[in-house]
Design a binder for this molecule. Structure first.
Ligand SMILES: *Cc1c(COP(=O)(O)O)cnc(C)c1O
Length: 432
């Protein structure tokens, strides 16, 4: 078996070029991060070869005793990190983790109440184009137009009117913290299951810098690759495991603990064989998150996001809700006469990567949008501080305020290159 470079030069060169792209550009996509070399190493191992359907100690295949240890290590570290009674580290992604929650708690047609996608929610929280909106009866709460924030009294009114079986909390484009205790009180008032999807802020929550959903939610889902800075993947957590108070008994008819329902929903409900190389990499990342430097990193993520939001406001950009409590912000570009689609393309030419994003009460379609979403986790991992992030806002502003000038974009692109050179990321030995 040859190595990749000699066996498959075409693909080798594609990977080289992607490493260059990540090294030489400004990565501001709020859901992305850069994993450590140790995490990359764990993923690129023969653990990918192993079939391990089932759970550690209860597998449907032989030869699992070694990979069992990797999964138990990932579980134990995740439980410690989030102070959880139970975790399942097998979901392949955030969407898969969420799929398992629906399968464990809801029957098709049951009512769900979640945050509107157009107000920062996620596709898997009931969007009509996603399984969650196709199979379940989805209703939504939103943010207020004047404040850009969720008004808990309105959530309560909506919950009383809708009477959902499950109430979901979580977002991919909301820059403020959530009041999980009040969400739980509302769920209790209407007899609903409370599900928190902390896919975005999980790393900030692990570092105790935002409100912790685990004491309040019946079930929590997350990704492992956003602020948490692990490999691409998902995870389910339960803070206080109890017998499921909502009656669902899975297939056996016996009352079950919430954790048991979720375990069965992950496998055999949703996935087949778990990705053992990715689970090993999750263990590595959770180990990194338990080190003291992780809290410091997450503090810098927030500090940098706040510096960035201030710099945008100073330059006359509309920042939804006026600032941020976490790692991201939504910029409304209408005051600059630009759409999100145009801004994403212009910035892309200058090697600055952002994503177009709907702003609350947007009048443009999801393919055009009036805003962009920017986040600090990835560049903070590279070592950027508040000064560099203010510089980044200046570069963004120069591109967007001179949209007819290809020359301006080229100058910014060169400055981006110089800036990124000062904060080295991957060398090509990561492909060795
Ligand atoms: C990113 C995200 C997901 C989905 O994660 P994938 O790994 O992309 O499937 C789910 N929920 C929320 C709130 C997210 O931000």
């Amino acid at each position: 078996m040859d190595d990749l470079r000699t066996q498959d030069p075409d693909l080798y060169s594609i990977i080289q070029r992607e490493i260059d792209r990540q090294n030489d550009g400004l990565e501001l996509i709020a859901s992305e991060n850069f994993v450590s070399k140790a995490v990359l190493q764990a993923m690129g191992t023969p653990l990918t070869n192993k079939y391990a359907e089932g759970r550690p100690g209860k597998r449907y295949y032989g030869g699992c005793e070694v990979v069992d240890e990797a999964e138990v290590l990932a579980q134990e570290r995740a439980k410690k990190l989030f102070d959880a009674d139970w975790v399942n580290v097998q979901p392949h992604s955030g969407a898969t983790a969420n799929h398992a929650i629906y399968l464990s708690m809801m029957e098709p047609g049951d009512r769900l109440l979640g945050l509107d996608l157009a107000h920062g929610g996620h596709l898997t929280h009931g969007s009509p184009v996603n399984f969650s909106g196709i199979l379940y009866d989805a209703h939504f709460y939103g943010v207020e137009q004047d404040t850009g924030r969720i008004d808990m009294d309105k959530v309560r009114d909506k919950a009383k009117a809708v009477q959902p079986k499950m109430l979901s909390v979580g977002a991919s484009a909301y820059s403020r913290d959530f009041d999980f205790a009040t969400f739980r009180a509302i769920a209790d008032e209407v007899g609903a299951i409370l599900w928190v999807d902390m896919a975005h802020p999980a790393g900030l929550i692990a570092a105790d810098l935002l409100n912790d959903p685990l004491p309040h939610a019946h079930v929590v889902s997350t990704t492992t690759h956003k602020t948490l800075r692990g490999p691409r993947g998902g995870m389910l957590l339960v803070g206080n495991d109890t017998e499921n108070p909502f009656g669902k008994t899975w297939k056996s008819g016996k009352p079950k603990m919430i954790s048991e329902l979720l375990d069965s929903a992950v496998f055999p409900g949703v996935i087949g064989g778990p990705l053992m190389h990715v689970i090993a990499a999750k263990a590595v990342a959770f180990g990194e998150a338990l080190e003291s430097g992780f809290v410091d990193y997450q503090q810098r993520v927030i500090e940098n996001a706040q510096a960035m939001a201030e710099a945008f406001v100073e330059r006359g950009y509309g920042v939804i809700s006026g600032g941020t409590d976490n790692h991201l912000m939504l910029i409304d570009l209408r005051s600059k006469g630009l759409t999100g689609k145009e801004a994403e393309a212009l910035l892309g030419e200058a090697d600055i990567t952002v994503n177009k994003n709907m702003v609350p009460y947007d009048t443009e379609s999801p393919f055009v949008t009036s805003g962009i979403r920017v986040g600090t986790p990835a560049l903070t991992t590279r070592g950027f501080g508040p000064d560099e992030f203010r510089h980044v806002v200046d570069l963004i502003d120069r591109v967007l305020s001179k949209r007819d000038s290809e020359g301006a974009r080229e100058l910014v692109r060169r400055e981006v290159f110089v800036l990124t050179e000062q904060f080295p990321l991957y060398d090509h030995s990561v492909l060795a």
